[in-house]
Design a protein around this ligand. Structure first.
Ligand code: GLN
Length: 486
């Protein structure tokens, strides 16, 4: 039951083969049994889940509801959920109960989904391994000695282990795609502005974007159907009309033009990962696609440019956490300055503090032009690279990450090695285009994701391409052994 797709479960709920309360209890039991080994949830909201499930059952009873009605899903603990603890993986917010609901979670709730709880994540979404959470590292269900990827590692691990049917994630520089790749699930980072950021705790506002994580592309389409679209509460939300993400999913791929960027297959890419990606591309050729080489010449500049822009925006966004307006406040402050300093030192972890310092420095008078402005100019070049390549081809394919999931603790003392994990994902956020991670095989006994990048607002096309691939392969249906134990 825990391995079923949203479409199948929706049908079973409608046929009364199972009720939403029964399904929700099944997932809550799996969380109790398996999550102690994974640590993928920060909060399990059993009472809310069972109440929502009972409501969903009543709705289904009267023949109403959507395909998400009664489906148990989880939310990254970065989305404000009214009345439910929202920590963003930080001690700073370990007592924050939002008085309002984010647009994403509210739309998913309106579609009738059941909220199982809030998933673990790197603190303030800063990380590539989920080791930066105040609530402890998350483990990868495929090998408990390895990381699940980050920052949406809790969502990815929970889905891979069958602790939730699907989940929300956010992606500022790869945080949906890289954990999806490491845990063998499917994830979509939509075009910037496609999904509302209202009620998402901000990391880097010009890059942050919420998206669906699930076992299959079809399940991601179900979630996108509910979560995407214009929101007047987010000034950067796009007014481009929503696509129907489900109805185009069966279009054949004959004539699809795929571009392979030569820079994605150079030094640093694990050759076992490269082999899987090339095998996946061959599969697309069998489905009628043609393949040509393209170039994204400024790829190497994406890491320095991202790691100036993201910390700069973070330093400004995180200034609100001062122990007064929001967040942890230290005990017995001597004076105002002592309160600010100690509250922030105690509330933020080391990676967050490091990024606030880098960002503050890059934005300071005298350095702004040298760092921030320069990084913005590079961002423009990176965007132009994608625009040029996507004039030649329909989509771009490549790896999501240079390696498979690495050992817990193996990169924590080497920030450059950690930041290099993001080499294939960051540029997509800098350009603002949509991209997916799709399970494509196993290397080093761990899952490997194929990255599919498309033009602005091409989410429906990406979901169609991924779905066609998943009709002919079963990598997305593989289950880790630990998930079978309960
Ligand atoms: N690993 C990147 C970072 O630490 C991306 C994180 C994200 O997408 N939220 O900034």
């Amino acid at each position: 039951m825990y391995e079923q797709s949203i479409s199948t479960l929706a049908q079973q709920l409608r046929n009364k083969d199972i009720s939403s309360v029964e399904l929700t209890n099944l997932f809550l039991k799996r969380i109790t049994d398996l999550d102690p080994a994974l640590n993928s949830f920060i909060t399990v909201s059993s009472d809310i889940a069972l109440a929502q499930a009972a409501q969903a059952d009543a709705l289904l009873q009267s023949g109403q509801g959507s395909s998400l009605t009664g489906i148990p899903i989880a939310h990254k603990d970065l989305f404000c959920t009214q009345g439910t603890l929202t920590t963003c993986g930080s001690k700073m917010l370990n007592n924050f109960i939002p008085p309002y609901e984010s647009t994403v979670t509210s739309r998913i709730q309106q579609a009738g989904a059941v909220m199982l709880g809030k998933t673990n994540m790197d603190e303030f979404a800063m990380g590539s391994s989920n080791e930066n959470s105040y609530y402890g590292a998350v483990k990868n269900p495929w090998n408990l000695e390895t990381v699940p990827g980050g920052s949406s590692g809790g969502s990815a691990a929970a889905i891979a282990a069958g602790l939730a049917v699907a989940a929300t994630g956010t992606d500022t520089g790869g945080s949906i795609r890289q954990p999806a790749s490491f845990c063998g699930i499917t994830g979509l980072k939509p075009t910037y502005g496609r999904v509302s950021r209202f009620g998402m705790i901000a990391y880097a506002s010009s890059l942050d974007q919420a998206g669906p994580m699930a076992k299959s592309a079809e399940d991601c389409a179900h979630l996108m159907q509910a979560m995407s679209g214009f929101d007047e509460k987010d000034s950067t939300s796009s007014e481009t009309p929503n696509d129907d993400y489900l109805s185009n999913i069966n279009t054949p791929l004959t004539g699809l033009k795929i571009g392979l960027p030569k820079e994605y297959f150079g030094d640093g890419l694990d050759s076992n990962v490269a082999d899987i990606i090339m095998a996946a591309v061959k599969e697309f050729e069998k489905l009628g696609a043609t393949v040509k080489e393209v170039s994204l010449p400024n790829l190497q500049l994406s890491i320095p440019s991202y790691y100036v822009i993201a910390p700069s925006e973070a330093s400004s966004n995180l200034s609100r956490f001062d122990g007064v307006r929001f967040g942890h406040r230290c005990d017995n402050p001597k004076d105002l300055l002592d309160m600010y300093m100690r509250s922030r030192s105690e509330g933020f972890g080391t990676e967050v503090q490091k990024r606030i310092m880098v960002g503050t420095y890059a934005l300071s008078e005298g350095y702004y032009d040298a760092y921030y402005l320069k990084a913005q100019k590079i961002r423009r070049l990176i965007k132009q690279d994608f625009v040029n390549a996507l004039n030649e081809v329909d989509v771009i394919m490549g790896p999501v990450a240079p390696t498979t999931a690495f050992g817990l603790g193996s990169k924590t003392s080497d920030p450059v090695a950690m930041y290099l994990e993001d080499i294939y994902t960051l540029s997509v956020n800098l350009a603002g285009i949509p991209a997916m991670s799709v399970p494509a095989g196993f290397a080093n006994n761990m899952p490997v994701g194929l990255q599919i990048m498309g033009n602005y607002f091409a989410e429906a096309k990406l979901l169609n391409i991924a779905h066609q691939y998943q009709q002919h392969t079963d990598w997305h249906l593989q289950t880790p052994t630990m998930a079978k134990g309960a």
